[in-house]
Design a protein around this ligand. Structure first.
Ligand SMILES: [Zn+2]
Length: 270
């Protein structure tokens, strides 16, 4: 049996950073005003994506999508003594609901959130939540590695953001293919599974976005529809799709993308 190394995600990230010879911690952009090279983002009005981007400018970790999170939660679940599977998977899907609820990143992905799924005393929901955060943080540098790009700050909507988002889309499409009966947890969760205080209607909205994406094997264009629901600008969504199509015909990149998941999984094993 595989023996687990119950380490916190931050130490894993630190090791990866050290390996990459990148000084410091997760990239933090402290600028209040994001300047994107394309000049596309001005943060005017109430466009939710722009609002989200502004929130993320304070501390931005590139995050995987939900089929990937469910797959990872499934693959480590055998070591987690889960009793309530619906709540466990709801926990794995929960953190990114903030894109719809608009609550701060710190409340779903911050230092006080459960980050070690193997920690003692977590509820099933917290185990799923911690599995999500673990994947987000460990995969962060691996996205750069897959692209042979140096680790640097990523501003939402920028060309680099689009490139890495394209990688995440391919990772997610692949991830969905590897799901079996767990697919239903992407379709059956509801606000009632979330022991949180966010606006229930907004959580339900987030649930319905996910259900629309995952009620079948998602194709590239389904992600475009998904982002449209999040009010991501058309030019940005199209930029991502172009990159997805470009990567899909590049076997080397596809192999590297496929390896991201197994590398994260191996990081919790020895
Ligand atoms: Zn996340």
């Amino acid at each position: 049996m595989v023996k687990l190394k119950p380490c916190g995600s931050s130490s894993v990230v630190e090791r990866l950073l050290a390996k990459e010879k990148v000084a410091g911690s997760i990239p933090v952009c402290r600028s209040k005003n994001i300047s994107v090279s394309s000049g596309m983002f001005l943060f005017q009005g109430l466009n939710p994506f722009r609002f989200w981007a502004k929130i993320n400018s304070l501390k931005f970790v590139i995050m995987a999508m939900e089929a990937t999170h469910v797959r990872f939660a499934r693959d480590i679940s055998q070591y987690l003594n889960i009793t309530d599977w619906s709540t466990f998977y709801a926990g794995a899907i929960y953190p990114d609901s903030r894109y719809v609820t608009g609550i701060s990143r710190d409340k779903t992905h911050g230092p006080d959130c459960p980050k070690n799924p193997f920690a003692v005393g977590l509820s099933d929901f917290e185990k799923g939540w911690a599995a999500h955060l673990y994947y987000d943080e460990v995969a962060h540098l691996l996205y750069f590695k897959a692209l042979s790009k140096p680790h640097e700050r990523v501003f939402p909507g920028s060309d680099l953001w689009q490139t890495i988002t394209a990688v995440k889309v391919i990772e997610d499409m692949l991830g969905f293919k590897y799901l079996g009966s767990e697919k239903k947890f992407l379709l059956e969760f509801s606000a009632d599974d979330f022991p949180i205080t966010e606006d229930k209607k907004l959580i339900e909205k987030y649930c319905s976005f996910q259900k629309n994406l995952y009620d079948h094997q998602p194709e590239v264009n389904d992600y475009k529809k998904f982002w449209t629901a999040f009010n991501i600008e058309k030019e940005i969504a199209e930029g991502v799709l172009l990159k997805v199509h470009k990567f899909l015909i590049d076997k080397l990149i596809c192999d590297r993308i496929e390896n991201i998941f197994s590398t994260v999984l191996k990081s919790v094993q020895k």
